[in-house]
Write a protein of this length. Structure first.
Length: 126
């Protein structure tokens, strides 16, 4: 069965682009949420979410709330600041990977697969 990714993005156009790009791969089941509140509802009600891709700043909160709620699932951060000085501190922040905006939609599947594989090899987050 294909892994399920929850895409949390408050910009409808970006959310649609991500869902479309991941859908082209056909190896992902894609769920979407447009807010922190919606993401929390999905995480609580849909047990089979394997990985989360979230925007850094959402209209009703931050990705940190989503990251904590998603644990122990890997969380990939999509951020305009992903290339800054903190980009090298990804493991310290609890995110599996940071992807910089603007991003290449065709590379998302590979980044998510890599994060999911890394979590499978190190389930304790080591």
């Amino acid at each position: 069965m294909s892994p399920t990714v929850l895409v949390v993005e408050d910009d409808a156009d970006v959310r649609s682009l991500i869902a479309f790009a991941l859908g082209l791969d056909e190896s992902w089941r894609v769920l979407t949420a447009d807010s922190v509140a919606a993401a929390l509802t999905v995480l609580e009600s849909v047990g089979e979410v394997d990985i989360v891709l979230t925007d850094g700043q959402l209209g009703d909160g931050t990705s940190e709330t989503v990251r904590v709620a998603a644990a122990p699932r890997p969380v990939v951060l999509l951020s305009a600041w992903a290339d800054g000085p903190s980009a090298n501190r990804v493991p310290e922040t609890g995110y599996a990977v940071r992807i910089a905006k603007p991003f290449d939609p065709m590379t998302l599947s590979a980044a998510l697969s890599s994060a999911l594989a890394a979590r499978s090899q190190h389930p304790d987050g080591e």
